[in-house]
Design a protein around this ligand. Sequence first.
Ligand SMILES: [Zn+2]
Length: 181
Amino acid sequence: MIVPFHDINNSDISYDQYHFWLMRDVEMMNYALEIAKQGAKFGEIPVGAVVVHEGRILGEGYNCPITTQDPTAHAEIVAVRRACESLNNYRLPKGCTLYVTLEPCTMCFGALIHARVSRVVFGAFEPKAGAVVSQLTLPNQAFYNHSLDIQGGLLAGKSSALLSGFFKQRRQEKRAAKAQA
Ligand SMILES: [Zn+2]
């Protein structure tokens, strides 16, 4: 089920918006944003994810397909893989929430279903390839044998700023390299 979306485009959350999100949601999304920044240091598009169960972090990860030479190494997959490894189980226990700074793609949404994530909270919307609301609405498909709750837009402004800052810097670096050649 897709819970109504609340698009927060400002970095600061107003009092009203706190009523929509749990304090833990805000805390965990801020943490996921910090994780995302680690990937940017290695030239990876900054996206971070955290898997939380009953207040405990089971796994976390940042987008890293280039450095690991693994096209599946999106933040969600890395975080879920680590969480499953820490539990010695191929599925997550009931009640797990995955926080990710960007709307999941088709691959990641599929992985979250396979992992039996109960709730997904994402940050920025991904208009080009988002599979939750932007391009596809996969959570509404009836053929899955697992359903999860999804909420989006938490700290969307912060996540978008992180991404656009990264791409801006990359363009500048490319331009500088061209000028030198
Ligand atoms: Zn993905």
